[in-house]
Design a binder for this molecule. Structure first.
Ligand code: S3P
Length: 165
């Protein structure tokens, strides 16, 4: 049993992952936290020192390791499914769930936490909306390869568990 939660920054992968893992009695791994621990550096540090390309290679390596974990729910980084053949690796090794949340809600949430996210750091609300719009257009191609999709923010944990079982 291995579940990957995928979707844009701020869509609630980590929050849902934690709740669902408690509900199902399996372990939870946040991919960004895993990367930080394995590399003894924070995500902003990795971006600053190795650039986005370097980060994507590290992220890929983390995915290869996590794809061997069992009985686990993995909250992936927002860009993780969109590089290399990562989304195919996820689909082959587990069940993928795309959290498809309205861009306006994403913008509101990300305004509050943008200092921790290198890709959106320092952007005004208007710049953020344009950035979300642009990247979502490119990323949807990958997100839409997920086997399951949640658009309803209030879906219960039982309903989600039923959907994927
Ligand atoms: C990224 C999302 C972040 C993190 C990194 C890059 C992205 O994860 O992996 O800052 O490219 O969308 P969250 O989706 O958990 O914020």
């Amino acid at each position: 049993m291995r579940i990957y939660l995928i979707g844009y920054m701020g869509c609630g992968k980590s929050r849902l992952g934690r709740l669902l893992s408690e509900h199902m009695g399996v372990q939870f791994v946040d991919m960004d936290d895993y990367i930080e621990e394995r590399n003894c550096r924070t995500i902003p540090q990795i971006f600053a020192e190795d650039g986005e390309d370097g980060f994507r290679k590290i992220e890929r390596k983390a995915l290869e390791e996590l794809s061997e974990f069992t009985d686990v729910i993995i909250a992936t980084g927002g860009g993780a499914p969109c590089f290399f053949d990562n989304v195919d690796v996820m689909n082959k090794s587990g069940k993928t769930i795309f959290l498809n949340i309205d861009p306006a809600i994403l913008a509101d949430r990300l305004m509050k936490s943008k200092t921790e996210r290198p890709l959106i750091k320092g952007k005004s609300r208007d710049e953020l909306v344009v950035f979300i719009d642009d990247t979502l257009k490119k990323r949807k191609e990958f997100y839409s390869k997920a086997r399951f999709e949640i658009t309803e923010p209030d879906l219960s944990l039982d309903e989600i568990q039923d959907m994927i079982s």
